[in-house]
Each structure stands twice: as C-alpha cells, then as structure tokens.
Write a protein that binds this ligand. Sequence first.
Ligand SMILES: CC(=O)N[C@H]1[C@@H](OP(=O)(O)OP(=O)(O)OC[C@H]2O[C@@H](n3ccc(=O)[nH]c3=O)[C@H](O)[C@@H]2O)O[C@H](CO)[C@@H](O)[C@@H]1O
Ligand SMILES: C=C(OP(=O)(O)O)C(=O)O
Length: 438
Amino acid sequence: MTDLLYVNGGTPLSGEITVRGAKNFVSKAMVAALLGETPSVLRNVPQIRDVAVVTGLLELHGVKVDADAEAGVLHLDPTDVESAHVADIDTHAGSSRIPILFCGPLLHRLGEAFIPDLGGCRIGDRPINYHLDILRQFGAVVDKTDNGIHIRAPRRLQGTKIALPYPSVGATEQLLLTAVRAEGITELSNAAIEPEIMDLINVLQKMGAIISVDTDRVIRIEGVDRLIGFRHTALSDRIEAASWASAALATGGDITVRGATQPEMTTFLNTFRKVGGEFAIDDDGIRFFHPGGDLRSITLETDVHPGFMTDWQQPLVVALTQAKGLSIVHETVYENRFGFTDALVGMGATIQVYKECLGGRPCRFGQRNFFHSAVISGPTPLSAADIEVPDLRGGFSHLIAALAAKGTSSVRGISLIDRGYERFTEKLEALGAEFSRD
Ligand SMILES: CC(=O)N[C@H]1[C@@H](OP(=O)(O)OP(=O)(O)OC[C@H]2O[C@@H](n3ccc(=O)[nH]c3=O)[C@H](O)[C@@H]2O)O[C@H](CO)[C@@H](O)[C@@H]1O
Ligand SMILES: C=C(OP(=O)(O)O)C(=O)O
C-alpha cells in the first residue's frame, strides 16, 4: 500500500461512522496492566498504530498479548514479566510517547528499565523534565544515555509530595502509575484532570489502588503492596469525534459519529455551536452537521481540561477558514502547533500567525519567540494542492482541507494518520468521499 492518497474534494461528507476507545487512554491502560499480578482485559480498543506500538513494547517485557482486533478486545497477561530479560527497547525509539510511562511499572517489577528516545507529534519541544523530576522524587536514579535513559530503583520507591509547574497529562500519568505501588502517600498538586486520566484512575482503582481526586487539581494516592488485573471498557475517542465533526463543518456535510459521548465533549460542542455548526445528541452517538448559511468567526484559546483541547484545534481551524470574518486562535498548550497552516495558506486560506498572545490572557509562550497565535480570515474557497502530512492532527486537517477543496489534491504521508485514526479510509468511503490510492 502506498503512502499517497488522491482526494477529489468539493463533496459534502455525509453518513455514519463509529469511533472506539481513546488513543490517549487505551495506550496508558495497556501500560497499567503491567502493574497487575493477574491478567487484564481491555475492551473498545481501536486498531491504530499506537496500540500496535505499545503491544510490541509489552511483549518485549514478557507480557502475553492476545488481541481480537475486530471485536476490539485485548487480553494482557503480565504474569511472566519477572522472568523476562530487562529489555532494551531501543528498536521502539521515536515510535510514540508511551515508553516513558513504562518507568514506574518496570521499576516496581524489575527494579530497572531502559527507555528509548520518545516519538509522538513534533508540535513543540516536548521535554520530559517533569517526568524525570517525579521519578527522582520517588527515589529512582535516572541516567541519560546516548539513545534514551537508564533508570533504577535501588530500593522500594517512596511516596512523595509534588507540585507540577504545569498540569501535564503525561507527567500526571507518570505519577499515578508510579505512586500506586510506592510506599506511603503521594500527593500531586496542579495535576491534569483530562477525562482520559480519570478513566486511567478508574482502571487503577479496579486493580486495587487507592486514589482520590480532590478539589483544585490535587490527587492523593495511598500506595498498596499488590495490584491485580482489571476488566475495563475504554472511554471513547473525543479527539477523533471532534475531527469528524470539523470535517462535517468544513465540507458542508452531515456526519453521525456513533460512540461519541457528550460529557467529554461539552467544551467542543459549545464552540461548534458558536461557529454555527449544529448537533443532535443521542444515546449512542452525536450527529454533527452544517445547517446551511454562513459559519461565524470566533475567538478561541486552547487549554488543559476542561478548556478547549489543543488536539481539537487543528481540525477546527480548517472549518474556520470557511467562517465569515476574523477568527483568532491562541494555542497555549504547545508552542509550535500552527506549522500545518502553511499548507492551508497554499490552498487559498488566509491565515496569519503571530508570536503575541492574541485574544485573551497571556500564556507561557508570550514573551518567547513562538508563533502560537493565528488569525484566520474567511470565508475563502480552498483549491486542490499537493500536501505532505506533517503530524497526526495536522495530517487529518490537511485531509479535511483536501476534501473541502475543489479539484484533486495529493496527500502524501497518510500512514502518519493511522497512529490515531482507526481505518480512516474506510470511514471516508462510508461518508461518500471521492479518493483513490496511487
Ligand atoms: C499520548 C497522549 O496522551 N498525548 C496527549 C498528551 O500529551 P503529553 O502528555 O505529551 O502532553 P503534556 O500535557 O505532558 O504537555 C503539555 C505541556 O507541558 C509541557 N511539558 C510536559 C512534560 C514535561 O516533562 N515537561 C513539559 O514542559 C509540554 O511541552 C507541553 O507544552 O496530552 C496532550 C495535551 O492534552 C495532548 O495534546 C496529547 O495528545
Ligand atoms: C499530540 C498528539 O499525540 P502524541 O502525544 O501521541 O504525539 C495527538 O494525539 O494529537
């Protein structure tokens, strides 16, 4: 299969598709299974590359993984982890951001771990300093190597009190996965409280952990001596759902997303409505549609939960190119998440990026040299172009732009999109998109 898609745009996407479990939860729940003394079962697992990457990592560490990909069920048996060799997982360098979350579970089970350099989307520097500080505070010894880090726990990890400088999702998960089996009490302030983190807490509680989420972003964990396996159905992917919703808006279409759930999407739904999109919520999904007439420009700021999620930003910006007037988008989570707009400008969009914090409050990136605000002027018709996928969400955004544009675009590097969108070409077909592979 080639990595190139020819998209003949200009047709509204219309029909029904299904989203399954969240990429940003499923991979973490798979890591949590390493902490159990007995096997775990995870349901509603999507067929995306990040799941395949974490499956490979777990297998290297002696976890038996049985997958029924069609049914979306994973059986994870970690009972042989102690007898497996301490694996050097260098072959997985650059594949995703998940390897760093193996630290806590592996330290508890084996006393040491090798973690390769991380992958994931290049949307900023994405340092791991919070992760390493957390691990050191639990008593781990961290040594940087040429191609990753070597980490050891000379004795049992000790509960600790930590305040994050910023409510990082990954660092909060690092802390949870480490604290549950550390000795004593751990308290994290300024924690991230994304729905995917809450579902990870659900999983850990099923395993025997004691975790309370207090007011003001404080999470308290009482360490326990043993954890068992879990049976859990993953929460659905609110980023994929919002991406298809944005595709409906940008193409003037009507898409029912089975599996999309309202509570995790409240903030997105408010914004979708302000832009002029309409939706109807049902027990088993949400219908997103363009009601006709003009879309409205908005001012938007990305933020940690319960704010407007940064991963929703890129697909929505494509729809904003079709809104009447000036929209302002201030990206406050990543310093470099507007690179994808260059291709949109090449297709006829009017988008200017700025280093200043536009539209509201100042953010961490204000006094620095980052183009992290965008002004989008619309509506502008988009025309077909040859595009190269830059990253996961940027890639999906380019795909939406190609579907909205008149004429035939070529979109190169589409396999990057498989990292977070299950069988997206089958879904495009179901929605009436016209495309072909080279
Ligand atoms: C696999 C996964 O779940 N990825 C999600 C996760 O990424 P990830 O967990 O990597 O994102 P974080 O919440 O950690 O990052 C937020 C900010 O904190 C900074 N930071 C983070 C860690 C650190 O040690 N030092 C530091 O400075 C980052 O550079 C970034 O500016 O949450 C992001 C924010 O919702 C989402 O966009 C990603 O889709
Ligand atoms: C930034 C993302 O993912 P990751 O953290 O896996 O790179 C994303 O899903 O948009």
